[in-house]
Structure formats: structure tokens, C-alpha cells
Ligand binder design. Structure first.
Ligand SMILES: [Zn+2]
Length: 68
């Protein structure tokens, strides 16, 4: 059986998020990782502007992201 290892680690239930400041509406909110865990994805709760913040070396090493 070559099933991929399932992440049943209880720590995984705490979904990693990124704090984002949406300058468009001057709002602060959290965005979460996408399914493939290649980026943080989310949208402005007010105007719906979607953002993607790639996870990587020079991606989101910080826990804070600013949207212009
Ligand atoms: Zn907005």
C-alpha cells in the first residue's frame, strides 16, 4: 500500500494563518494556507479583493503581510 502519509497530527488542526492588512479597506484579517500549501490565500472581507502570498524562501517568512 503506497498511500501518502496522512497528517493526523493534532497540531495540524491549528491551521497556520497569516495576518494581513488590507490597505484597500484599512482592515486587518487572517488568511489561511491553500490546500496545496504553496501559498496563503484569502480575500478582503469588505471588498472581496483576493490575495495570494506564496510560501517560500522569500515568500512569507514573516507572519504579517500588507496588501496595497
Ligand atoms: Zn478591501
Amino acid at each position: 500500500m503506497q498511500h501518502y502519509k496522512r497528517t493526523s497530527d493534532p497540531k495540524q488542526s491549528a491551521k497556520p494563518f497569516l495576518g494581513v492588512h488590507f490597505k484597500c479597506c484599512n482592515l486587518y484579517c487572517r488568511i489561511y494556507r491553500n490546500k496545496t500549501e504553496t501559498a496563503y490565500e484569502g480575500r478582503c472581507p469588505r471588498c472581496g479583493k483576493s490575495i495570494v502570498c506564496p510560501i517560500g524562501e522569500k515568500g512569507c517568512s514573516s507572519r504579517f503581510f500588507e496588501v496595497k
